[in-house]
Design a protein around this ligand. Sequence first.
Ligand code: FE2
Ligand code: FE2
Length: 229
Amino acid sequence: MQKTSYPALRDLSTNDENKESPAPGEAEPIEVTAAEDLMREHGILRRALLVYQESAVRLRQDPASVPPDTLEKTANLFRVFGEEYHEKKLEETFIFPAVKKAPGAAAGYVDILLAQHVRGREITEYLLSISQADKIASNSVEPLAKALESFVRMYEHHAAIEDTVVFPAWKAAVGGNELDAMGEKFEEIEHQQFGEDGFEAALRRMEEIEESLGLSNLDMFTAPPPPKT
Ligand SMILES: [Fe+2]
Ligand SMILES: [Fe+2]
């Protein structure tokens, strides 16, 4: 398959967002620990999964209600922020090697998590390729909806295990003093990768995508009351 290059998050940033120190009267940036950093990155990825989930439902109801370029933007964010940064630069470089050697149940998850990263990238490649068209072909609607749903199912479980088992095991393996240094290291990698605050850029990108699909009102997801018993 021919590889296409996709715009990186840094392409969306504006110069005045590259500034290092806050303007007078502006709040200082709040320190984020390494584990908190990883977990809030999952928050961005979960918002992308919500877009995938809603897109799968809408595709089946009315394929024209899901503009392919919105799917492309979401898949591109997942690639740049999720796969190339969060997975490759942080988890596969620092977290998994340390957890693999640590005692306890977490080590047993590492090979599965790695295999899921690989499968996720295959699905992202498929999404990026299918969303190049102006319109999703009618015979692609159901396979696309299924691919979106299976990706959401896999990644929700994946991130939940990382948050509750793998990251705590990594924190325990690395230990107190080293954790602060890791937090700074992660920050440095984020700057190298995105040239600014990657989290903020990804958050803005996600908000734009949600807005364009009419998904930005949290209240629309409030569940109806349960049946009366
Ligand atoms: Fe992961
Ligand atoms: Fe993760």
